[in-house]
Write a protein that binds this ligand. Structure first.
Ligand SMILES: Cc1cc2nc3c(=O)[nH]c(=O)nc-3n(C[C@H](O)[C@H](O)[C@H](O)COP(=O)(O)OP(=O)(O)OC[C@H]3O[C@@H](n4cnc5c(N)ncnc54)[C@H](O)[C@@H]3O)c2cc1C
Ligand code: FES
Length: 516
C-alpha cells in the first residue's frame, strides 16, 4: 500500500496518509462541514462510529456515504455539503453472497470476538459480522491492516486462528427467524449484500454514546467524547487543537488522555456528576486495583488540565463551527475558546436487533439467563447490549455466550466471577454518573433535538409520546432511526423509545430481502 494517497475534496486535490478514514482526511484538511441538514445547517462528525449519519458525503458520485466508515483511496472524489449533483446507483438485481454457519456473531467488539473464538474453538462453524473495518469494537478500534492495541492482540490473533470467518464492513440491517433452528441475517458490505443462515445467533452489538442536546451542539467541531477518540483512532490529527471534554463517566478519562497524547491542548474536563458521586465511585474502585491504576495512568496524561466535577458544557458557540464553549457549575458560567468540544453522557446499549427478534428487555438492556441466552430461543447476547458494564464483562459474557451457542456449557463456571463482579461495579457506575436533572433545561425552544429532521424542542414540547412527536415533527424518523434523539427524548420528556422496524440500519433498496 502506498504511504500517501491523493483525493479530490469539492474539486480541490488533497494528499493524506493511506489507511485513514475519509472523515479523518477531511478533518486534517480542516473540512469540518460535511453535510447540509434538512434546513441547511452545516453538520460534521458526531459519533465517529457509523451510528449518527451526520458525516454523510458523496464519494465518487454515490451520495449518503458515512465518511467515518470509509477508507480513503487513491483518486477518490469526495463532495461535501451535497455539492455534487449525483445519482444513487441502483443495486436492484445484485445477488447477495450467501454464507451458512452454525453460529453467527453480530459485532466484533471484545464480546463478539470472545464469543466467536469460543464457538469456533468448540468446533462450530462460525461467522462474525461487523460494520467496523477491523475487529476490536470501540475500545480496540484501530486502522485496518494496522497494529491492534496490545490488550486486544491476544484475542484478535486467537480469532484469526480459530477458523471463524470474519466479514468486516458488514452492516447488519435485518435478522429473521426461519423455523425452530434457523435465522437469516441480512447485511450490507461495501462490495454488496450478504445473507447469512445460522442455527444460533450471538448478538454483541455494543453501545453508542448518549448525547443530550444543548444550544450549539449541532455545530461542526462538537462531537461525542468517544466520537473524538474514534476520529483520532481512525487517523485524524488533533495536534494543536484546543479541546473541551465534557459529559459524564469514566470514558472521559481515556478520551482526554488520548487527545492530550496526540498533541491537543485539553483545556478542561467537565464531569457533570458531583464531587461526592465521583469520589464515592473512586473509593469503590479500590476493590479493582487494575481499574484504579488504569484511571491514574489516564489522568497522568493530562495532569495540567483541570478535571472539574459538578460542571458541564451548557452551550457551544461559533459561526459555522465551534469557537467557544460555555461551561457552568450551575452557579457560575464562563466561556472558553476551543475548536473541539467532545461531550457525551455515558453509553446506550444497542438493542435494535434483539428487539427485532422479540427478545425481552430489562431497564438496563437485553434480558439474559446464566448462559447469556435471551428470552428468544437460539438467540444469545453478550456485552453492552445486556447493560453497559465495560470490557472485562464484555469478554466474560462473550466467552459464555460463545460456549453456550456451540453447545458447550460446562466451562461457564470459571467465567461467572468476572461477570458478576463487573456487573456489580457497573451498577455503581450507573448510579454515580447518572445525568443530573439540570441538564434537562439546557435545551431551549429552538435547540434541535432530532438532528436528522432538524426538529427543535418547541416542536416536541406539547407532544405526549415519542409516537406523537414522530407524527408531528418526524423526530426519530430520519436516517439514524432515532439512535441519537431517542435516548435524548427519553431523558428530556420521559418517553419510551418507540418500536423498532427493519431495516435497523439504512440499506440500499436492492439489498432488502425480496427485492431481487
Ligand atoms: C465510542 C466509544 C468509545 C469507547 N472507548 C472506550 C475506551 O477508550 N476505554 C474503555 O474502557 N471503554 C471504551 N468504550 C466502552 C467499551 O466499548 C466497552 O466497555 C466494551 O469494550 C464493549 O464491548 P462490546 O463488545 O460489548 O461492544 P463494542 O466494542 O461496542 O462492539 C460492538 C461491535 O458491534 C458492531 N455492530 C453494532 N451494530 C452492528 C450492526 N447492526 N451490524 C454490524 N455490526 C454492528 C460495532 O461495529 C462494534 O464493533 C467506548 C465505547 C464507545 C461507544
Ligand atoms: S460521525 Fe459518521 S456516522 Fe456518526
Amino acid at each position: 500500500m502506498p504511504d500517501r494517497v491523493a483525493l479530490a475534496v469539492d474539486g480541490t486535490q488533497i494528499s493524506c496518509e493511506a489507511g485513514i478514514t475519509v472523515a479523518a482526511a477531511l478533518s486534517d484538511a480542516s473540512v469540518t462541514r460535511l453535510r447540509a441538514s434538512v434546513t441547511g445547517e452545516p453538520r460534521g462528525v458526531l459519533c465517529g462510529m457509523g451510528t449518527c449519519l451526520e458525516c454523510r458525503v458523496s464519494i465518487d458520485g454515490v451520495r449518503h456515504q458515512r465518511a467515518c466508515t470509509r477508507l480513503v483511496r487513491e483518486g477518490m472524489d469526495v463532495a461535501t455539503m451535497d455539492a455534487a449533483a449525483s445519482s444513487r446507483p441502483s443495486a436492484v438485481g445484485v445477488e447477495p453472497t450467501p454464507l451458512d454457519c452454525d453460529v453467527a456473531v453480530i459485532g466484533a467488539g471484545p464480546a463478539g470476538v470472545a464469543a466467536a473464538v469460543r464457538a469456533a474453538e468448540s468446533g462450530a462453524r462460525t461467522v462474525v459480522l461487523d460494520e467496523g473495518l477491523a475487529p476490536g469494537g470501540q475500545i480496540y478500534r484501530h486502522r485496518p491492516g494496522g497494529e491492534a492495541p496490545e490488550a486486544a492482540r491476544r484475542w484478535i490473533d486467537r480469532l484469526a486462528q480459530s477458523g471463524a470467518e470474519v466479514v468486516g464492513g458488514a452492516s447488519v440491517f435485518d435478522v429473521e427467524r426461519r423455523g425452530e433452528e434457523a435465522f437469516r441475517i441480512f447485511a450490507e458490505a461495501p462490495d454488496g449484500a450478504r445473507v447469512v443462515t445460522a442455527k444460533r445467533l450471538v448478538l454483541a452489538t455494543g453501545a453508542r454514546e448518549l448525547f443530550l442536546p444543548f444550544p450549539g451542539w449541532t455545530l461542526p467541531g462538537v462531537m461525542g467524547a468517544g466520537g473524538a477518540q474514534a476520529l483520532l483512532k481512525s487517523g485524524a490529527s488533533v495536534a494543536g487543537r484546543t479541546a473541551v471534554v465534557g459529559g459524564s463517566g469514566p470514558l472521559l478519562l481515556p478520551v482526554a488522555a488520548s487527545l492530550a497524547k496526540a498533541g491537543a491542548e485539553v483545556a478542561l474536563v467537565a464531569e457533570q456528576a458531583g464531587m461526592a458521586s465521583v469520589a464515592g465511585f473512586g473509593v469503590r474502585l479500590a476493590r479493582f486495583p487494575g481499574k484504579l491504576l488504569e484511571a491514574a495512568r489516564y489522568r497522568s496524561a493530562f495532569l495540567d488540565t483541570p478535571y472539574r466535577s459538578g460542571t458541564w458544557v451548557a452551550q457551544a458557540r461559533g459561526a459555522g463551527r465551534v469557537e467557544t464553549a460555555v461551561v457552568t457549575d450551575g452557579r457560575d458560567s464562563y466561556e472558553m475558546a476551543c475548536d473541539l468540544v467532545a461531550v457525551a453522557f455515558g453509553l446506550v446499549p444497542n438493542t435494535e436487533l434483539a428487539r427485532l427478534l422479540g427478545c425481552q428487555l430489562s431497564r438496563t438492556g437485553v434480558r439474559v439467563d446464566a448462559d447469556q441466552q435471551t428470552t428468544a430461543p437460539g438467540v444469545f447476547c453478550a456485552g453492552e447490549p445486556c447493560g453497559v458494564a465495560g470490557v472485562d464483562v464484555a469478554i466474560a459474557e462473550g466467552e459464555i455466550a460463545g460456549l453456550a451457542a456451540s453447545g458447550d456449557k460446562a466451562r461457564r463456571r470459571a467465567l461467572e466471577g468476572a461477570r458478576a463482579s463487573g456487573r456489580a461495579l457497573a451498577a455503581r457506575m450507573e448510579r454515580a454518573f447518572r445525568p443530573r436533572p439540570e441538564l434537562r433545561s439546557l435545551a431551549r425552544p429552538d435547540t434541535i433535538v432530532c438532528r436528522c429532521e432538524d426538529a427543535p424542542v418547541s416542536a416536541l414540547a406539547s407532544c405526549a409520546s415519542a409516537r406523537e412527536a414522530k407524527l408531528v415533527s418526524r423526530a426519530g424518523m430520519g436516517p439514524c432511526q432515532g439512535r441519537v434523539c431517542g435516548p435524548a427524548l427519553e431523558f428530556l420528556f420521559g418517553w419510551d423509545s418507540d418500536t423498532v422496524r427493519p431495516p435497523a440500519r439504512p440499506a440500499l433498496l436492492g439489498h432488502l430481502p425480496g427485492s431481487n
